[in-house]
Design a protein around this ligand. Structure first.
Ligand code: NI
Length: 171
């Protein structure tokens, strides 16, 4: 089922999400719905709080077109990634990237992110995973894990005057 993506300033986007305790039917359905919702959207990542579930679940796929920028990531990364209770174990490097968010569809912003991250968590079968990610996918991971803390990318912007952009100003 395609879920409604909540828009800023919905309170669900500001809340710290709860750890998932078990892979029950509710979580399995949430994951399926998040994947369906992600693929029906122009984005490359989605976090459960964006669809009204205060749970630590993210879905990312940078191998697909990002509809708004209409460009394919040069590096497809790990393809579809579902992570439950994800955590960043290690990060290195720094880069400024232009980000967008399905919950703030009218804006993009320059955000400083780590270039490479090592992340762990549980996959959709409740198996522990640890993976290294870089560049575009690493940025998506940092963005989605921020959502689980109730942090939006606009809060990472250095200057709202010079680093925040309306989408119509792009291209
Ligand atoms: Ni987002």
């Amino acid at each position: 089922m395609i879920l409604e993506i909540l828009k800023y300033p919905h309170p669900s986007l500001k809340a710290k999400a709860e750890k998932v305790r078990a892979l029950d039917d509710e979580v399995i359905r949430l994951i399926d719905d998040m994947v369906e919702t992600l693929y029906a959207s122009p984005g490359v990542g989605l976090a459960a709080p964006q669809v009204g579930h205060s749970l630590r679940v993210i879905a990312i796929d940078v191998s697909r077109n990002s509809g708004n920028s209409n460009r394919r990531a040069k590096d497809p990364g790990h393809g579809l990634m579902i992570l439950i209770n994800p955590a960043i174990l290690y990060q290195e490097g720094e880069k400024m990237v232009r980000e967008g968010c399905l919950s703030l569809p009218e804006y993009t912003a320059n955000v400083k992110r780590a270039r490479r991250v090592v992340v762990n968590g549980l996959d959709r079968n409740w198996n522990p995973v640890e993976l290294t990610s870089k560049d575009f996918e690493a940025v998506a991971l940092q963005h989605e894990i921020d959502h689980l803390e109730g942090i939006l990318f606009i809060e990472r912007v250095g200057s709202l005057k010079t680093d925040l952009f309306r989408r119509k100003d792009m291209d």
